[in-house]
Write a protein that binds this ligand. Structure first.
Ligand code: ATP
Ligand code: MG
Length: 238
């Protein structure tokens, strides 16, 4: 992935993202960690163009993100949120074929083949004719991931996709994500699951109060340079 942030700030009632510089060129799996309210979701929303910065620039593949290229950019990324946002009245399969037909403009037959393939990758083929309400939370979340992958995104952004799931379903979803990473999908991932970050990430960003406090390869977790990261890791129970 090739994402740069230059002096990016964002405020709501107070400053939430505070003059962040970031260079994610060349990484495949970036994890964003930090305690609740530190700005992780906001940073992710800025990187996906869901929110625009008050100040600073976001540069993706050498192009600055702005209103005129936003839609094109968003068609080329995938986004998965904390709670699945599948259409409730459509089956898992239809949720995906819809995207393939509308955005990718695939003919019906191809869309169906590709959707089944995606669902199969996430071990959901046997569930594909059910509506979201009739599958487990983990299965619905995996279907959201399958849908996010439908457009062959350059990067998939995930904001705590397992936060609403119990430990068994969490493991099921995270194992799927590791499988996809092994297939070559690139991720920017907000999570509280530190054990997963260790297995998954090739770059880690630790935030506190709207700033990046530490960043680097996963060994920053074994050798934290700041009291703040040390404390965070102690509280998260590693
Ligand atoms: N749309 C909004 N309007 C006003 N304040 C907001 C908005 N979104 C976020 N905030 C505030 O910005 C701060 C950072 O929020 P953010 O959601 O980015 O944190 P987070 O690190 O993702 O937290 P969590 O781990 O709980 O999801 C918080 O103080 C939050 O209350
Ligand atoms: Mg959040």
């Amino acid at each position: 992935m090739k994402i740069y942030l230059k002096e990016v700030s964002k405020s709501y009632d107070k400053k939430v993202i505070d003059n962040i510089d970031l260079n994610l060129e060349g990484y495949d799996a970036v994890a964003i960690i930090g305690k609740s309210g530190c700005g992780k979701s906001t940073l992710l929303r800025l990187m996906t163009g869901i929110e625009m910065p008050d100040k600073g620039r976001i540069i993706v593949n050498d192009k600055e993100l702005n209103k005129s290229n936003l839609i094109e950019y968003q068609d080329n990324i995938g986004i998965v949120f904390q709670k699945h946002n599948l259409f409730p009245h459509l089956t898992l399969l239809q949720n995906i074929t819809l995207i393939l037909e509308k955005i990718k403009k695939l003919p019906k037959k191809e869309a169906k083949e590709k959707a089944i393939n995606l669902l199969d990758n996430l071990h959901l083929k046997d569930q594909m004719n059910k509506r979201p309400r009739f599958v487990s939370g983990g299965q619905a979340q995996r279907a959201s991931i399958a849908r996010a992958l439908a457009t062959d995104p350059e990067v998939v952004f995930m904001d705590e996709p397992t936060a609403a799931l119990d430990p068994i379903l969490t493991k099921e979803v995270l194992d799927s994500v590791i499988g996809l990473r092994n297939l070559g999908t690139k991720f920017v991932f907000v999570t509280h699951e530190i054990y997963f970050v260790r297995k998954f990430a090739d770059y880690i960003i630790f935030m506190d109060e709207g700033k990046i406090v530490e960043q680097g390869t996963p060994n920053i977790l074994d050798n934290p340079q700041t009291k703040r990261l040390q404390l965070f890791l102690e509280n998260e129970g590693r």
